[in-house]
Design a binder for this molecule. Sequence first.
Ligand code: AMP
Ligand code: GLY
Length: 423
Amino acid sequence: MNILIIGGGGREHTFAWKIAQSPKCNQLFVAPGNAGTAAIATNLPLAVNDFEGIKTAVIAQAIELVIVGPEDPLVHGIHDFFLADQQLKNIPVIGPQQSAAALEGSKEFAKAFMKRHNIPTAQYASFTPDTLEEGIAYLAQMTPPYVLKADGLAAGKGVLIIEDLAEAQHQLKAMLVDQKFGAASSKVVIEEFLSGIELSCFVLTDGKNHKTFPMAKDYKRIGEGDTGLNTGGMGAISPVPFADEAFLKKIDEQIVLPTVNGLHKDGLPYCGFIFIGLIKVGDRPMVIEYNVRMGDPETEVVLPRIKNDWVELMQATAAGRLNEVDLLVDPRSAVTVMLVSGGYPEAYEKGKEIQGLPTENESILFHAGTQLKDGKVMTSGGRVMAVTSFGEDFGDALKTSYATIANITFEGMNYRKDLGFDL
Ligand code: AMP
Ligand code: GLY
């Protein structure tokens, strides 16, 4: 079958790499893709929110399956757009419909969902410009640090964690009244601060059945020892050593099952990936957030460990037959190290030539912000490339990634050399 992947980062290159291995895939397209996907698929120069452009391409290329990578088109209703169109309605889309994508599109919606289904998460209350004074009073009776979250999508920047009460109250006003994060912060969720170690859980569901993927841990801060600014992710590891069998059982019973059943009970149509951001508080898993997509760079370590034919897995999901599938997982550890542009996550330069890319290697290179220009691979984003390797444990796998990275250069290249330091 002909398949279209929507998106253009490391996650989408990983999907493409996995799908290209399937004998069931005839022609593979990625919109917009990057230099990595260009080598194994056909890139289509379309923005992820250009639904009309995507429709034209789907018809022209006789696409039979669409896999949506990022949250933006899902929160904007791409699945609903397909269902409402006579020519597109029978083409399966992997990704939730808009009403269910609100799990990521609205923090308040996600919190209310968790409360309704008894899913462990931080205590919270939400406020609007009309209830600013109540919000200021609510903060005053909480214990620091204060967690303030813009309700809507804010490109990963909408969460503030603040020690000082007066500053938290000031920021609440800045979010609600001065629209610090635009319309996304016209509602703000204030929550209890949870202390613990975070991990990412990915679930594939067809709306009734589900498969839980292997756990992963990502490293979000730019600096070693988890210091400095937040990034889109500097690397990831799977499996997560502290997530032992007893802890995984708690995740399944207390979080994954109530989530999948809750979606079903609430009539929220969900055929796709659920990303559950977890935190281990004592020995208890709690939910920090939901995303309605796979994580990046977690995908770059989770997918290589899944041995199933990816097209078969997607077809079973679209057909509501996930109960008939056995998930086959590689027991080895996988790690990925993200190479980023100098200056990232603040202002950085792009358009640097990447040199020394190995053609054959023990690592797998997943491109994120890259672009082909006159046959050369150039940087085109902050996160440039994820270098994934396998090993008996994550330390072993890391050695292989770092050995591969030793050959690669571009002006300003930066990466973290301490992944797994906390495990
Ligand atoms: P989110 O966008 O919801 O993932 O939040 C971004 C980051 O803020 C998370 O990955 C956590 O590190 C942190 N965070 C969010 N909510 C809480 C909380 N209630 N307690 C502690 N840390 C939090
Ligand atoms: N790695 C975190 C995310 O994809 O949001």
